[in-house]
Design a protein around this ligand. Structure first.
Ligand code: MLT
Length: 447
């Protein structure tokens, strides 16, 4: 495509492009398509007119080269290993921010001042308790139910207690109330489901504790002789929540946007996002990594054997936690989590052989040209399971932890989508490859 210049603008979230277009030559047509230039100089070719002008559509299964929206929430550069929430590097937030500060940043666009943070915390704290009577919902689940199945359903059940927050055109106040209700309730739903699955009485949330310590308290109660969770554990879990808070148009966030675009409620959209996150190719990968490391540890197989199996497409074995659809250098989150692993295990006096195994496996893989040439580096899931094990989180709860981080990103994208001047229902097209027209034949003729 030759580049020529024509004026393009569509919404405030993109910079005014310098009259740039891309020309598509298709058959006897030459179509000038506007070029969108993002604030980090990313380029997008706006093809909204393509079908009406040419009759053709683009085809991009998995949408690896297609943008679904413009967004001002998260920027990531897969080649440089850059991840920023509203422009602030993830490394600085993980080091210094609280989770609720980070949630405020994602949802409202800037870090809060003291007054704004105090109000945000108060609105959140006012909604951490479950509605009266909702706890019995958890008794209807078999003890073997997966926590993500329960969490997704519990969010929908929560909406039944808030009919005033499920209307199709929520006012700003209703949107904010839905955001606080979900941000407040999700950790309580998760901890209640966990304790119920163990036959233990749920612990009521404590309004004197913030997001992360309150969650750990509701899960495990205070450590012996203490009234609050251990600060090192809180810091590690807080970093996990912050590092998982958002990641632009990943599968589950795109799901939240697609479901929300039908003007289904925030509860329905988040419940759908939880379902998408459960998949082992997405949020379920952290559970799959630990199960893989446990299997390798038990087998005693050599790294050469493991890496050979990972390279053999017929082996049915995949090195979980390596590679990423976007990061082609390294996942900046995995570096932070790897460092936190050592801190948490040292502080708790835990020696986890899986951490040693993970580090040696990473070292072996990063010396192997098969992985290096394919840019298969550890992603956020590779080390996160090690920390969660150290914090006493059962493996089947790992993806729930991911959801408790991602909830603020999902809500930020839900809000941004509803407020966008480009808002419309998401309804992609397709290229049909099935049978051409043919007649119905009665059963007697189909023997
Ligand atoms: C995420 O954080 O959602 C995962 O890295 C997956 C992704 O971004 O595609």
């Amino acid at each position: 495509m030759r580049t020529r210049y024509s004026l393009f603008y569509n919404s405030s979230s993109v910079t005014q492009s310098s009259q740039e277009t891309a020309t598509l030559t298709f058959g006897d047509k030459a179509l000038d398509l506007p070029v969108v230039t993002g604030s980090e100089q990313e380029k997008g070719i706006d093809i909204a007119r393509l079908r009406s002008a040419t009759g053709a559509i683009t085809l991009d299964p998995g949408f690896g080269s297609s943008g679904s929206c413009t967004s001002a929430i998260t920027f990531l550069d897969g080649e440089q290993g850059v991840l920023r929430y509203r422009g602030i590097p993830i490394e600085e937030l993980a080091e210094s921010a609280s989770y609720l500060e980070t949630a405020y940043l994602l949802i409202y666009g800037n870090l809060p001042n003291t007054h704004q943070l105090d109000r945000f915390k108060a609105e959140w704290a006012a909604r951490v308790a479950l509605p009266p009577g909702m706890e019995k919902f958890f008794d209807s689940y078999p003890k073997t139910a997966h926590p993500m199945a329960i969490l997704s359903a519990a969010v929908q059940m929560l909406s039944a207690y808030h009919p005033e927050l499920t209307n199709a055109n929520p006012t700003p106040a209703q949107m904010e109330a839905a955001i606080f209700t979900l941000l407040g309730a999700l950790p309580t739903l998760a901890a209640t489901g966990y304790r119920k699955s163990k036959g233990e009485k749920p612990l009521a949330p404590r309004k004197d504790l913030s997001y992360t310590p309150n969650f750990l308290y509701m899960m495990f109660g205070p450590p012996a002789g203490k009234t609050e969770p251990d600060e090192v554990c809180v810091r590690a879990m807080r970093q996990m929540f912050i590092l998982h808070a958002d990641h632009e148009q990943n599968c589950s966030t795109s799901t939240v946007r697609i479901v929300g675009s039908s003007r289904a409620s925030a509860f329905t959209s988040i419940s759908a996002g939880i379902g998408a996150l459960w998949g082992p190719l997405h949020g379920g990968a952290n559970q799959a990594v630990i199960e893989m490391l446990e299997e390798i540890h038990k087998s005693g197989a050599s790294f050469d054997t493991i890496l050979a199996k990972a390279k053999d497409k017929n082996s049915g074995f995949r090195l979980m936690g390596f590679g990423h659809r976007v990061y082609k250098n390294f996942d900046p989150r995995s570096r932070i989590i790897k460092k936190a692993c050592d801190q948490v295990l040292n502080r708790l006096g835990i020696h986890d052989p899986l951490l040693d195994l993970a580090k040696k496996l990473e070292e072996a893989a990063l010396k192997d040209d098969y992985f290096v040439s394919r840019k298969l580096y550890p992603n956020v899931d590779f080390y996160s399971g090690i920390i969660l094990r150290a914090l006493g989180i059962p493996t089947e709860q790992f993806t729930v932890i991911f959801a408790l981080g991602r909830i603020s990103g999902w809500l930020a994208h839900w809000k941004e989508m509803l407020e966008s001047p480009d808002f419309r229902i998401v309804r992609p097209r397709q290229i049909y490859t099935g049978s051409t027209k043919r007649p119905y034949r009665p059963l007697s003729e189909r023997q």
